[in-house]
Design a protein around this ligand. Structure first.
Ligand SMILES: Nc1nc2c(c(=O)[nH]1)N[C@H]1C(S)=C(S)[C@@H](COP(=O)(O)O)O[C@H]1N2
Ligand SMILES: [Mo]
Length: 264
């Protein structure tokens, strides 16, 4: 018997939706199977279509509708973000040893960046576009913090990072603090971007050390941006260039469906 086109579409749509809910749940840190299956059961194509005002005819339009939900989620998270609320800090005795490595490639492919000749690029909406050597960054006042890193893949670990408070760095280079985004380009071609309120958060640091030692290659030498208020994938390692902009820069995982705000 031949099924009607509408019926076939609905069945395919539900399958696509189920997969998409899993992916978006993953990207938003919803790892609890009970919450996921609740979402799977309660989110129907009709509901999604009503929520987003999109006509859901194929995989692309379902993806577009979910992207739209993810953008609303970004706005809600940005609105809920309290620039003065501090993430928990921990005693050094609670540091996870060994601290896990993660990247979009294996540990045997970690980028080896040379210290000699390294210069951090700073571009976009900043008054001073001078490049920075590592000794120059180390000469700025440094802070240390022990915080929890949370990865959407379902693990978390406590680590100790030290470096320059990112707000001091942005002020020092005369960044336009009313700009929307700060973007990062990394030596391994990873890239990401964050909102200005998080960039200015007191616990956001341009980290040069891990556990009081120069950042080892696997944890992102020569520097990473460490934000205990954001999920792991928002914390770029091997930073090569920083830019301030009002044009949405996206990110390596964000462009593949991970939520952009990525609060933890
Ligand atoms: N340059 C770069 N930064 C990156 C990644 C990456 O692949 N490349 N992966 C991100 C992800 S998903 C995680 S969980 C953390 C892992 O950091 P760690 O190796 O210090 O645990 O780095 C983030 N920053
Ligand atoms: Mo991650």
């Amino acid at each position: 018997m031949k099924s009607t086109p509408t019926r076939t579409l609905a069945v395919d749509g539900v399958a696509v939706l189920g997969e998409a809910v899993d992916r978006i749940s993953h990207a938003n840190g919803i790892s609890d199977p009970a919450r996921r299956s609740f979402l799977r059961r309660s989110l129907t194509l009709g509901g999604l279509s009503m929520l987003t005002g999109c006509t859901l005819v194929d995989q692309d339009s379902v993806e577009a509708a979910l992207t739209r939900i993810s953008r609303v989620n970004d706005d809600v998270q940005a609105w809920l973000f309290d620039p003065n609320r501090l993430a928990p800090t921990y005693p050094e005795s609670m540091i996870t040893r060994p601290f896990p490595f993660n990247a979009y490639y294996g540990e045997n492919e970690v980028r080896q960046v040379e210290e000699n000749g390294f210069r951090l690029e700073v571009t976009g909406l900043v008054a001073d576009k001078r490049k920075w050597s590592l000794p120059e960054l180390r000469a700025m006042p440094q802070v240390d913090q022990v915080t929890r890193h949370i990865c959407v893949e379902g693990w978390s670990a406590i680590g100790k990072w030290g470096g320059v408070p990112f707000a001091s760095f942005l002020r020092r280079v005369g960044a336009d603090l009313s700009a929307r985004y700060v973007g990062f380009k990394c030596a391994d071609d990873y890239f990401t971007s964050i909102d200005m309120p998080t960039a200015l958060h007191p616990q956001t640091i341009l980290a040069l050390t891990y556990d009081s030692q120069p950042l080892p290659p696997k944890y992102g030498f020569p520097m990473k941006l460490r934000m205990p208020t954001k999920l792991g994938y928002k914390n770029p390692k091997h930073i090569q260039a920083i830019f301030v902009t009002n044009t949405y820069p996206g990110g390596y995982w964000e462009d593949q469906g991970y939520n952009w705000f990525g609060g933890s």
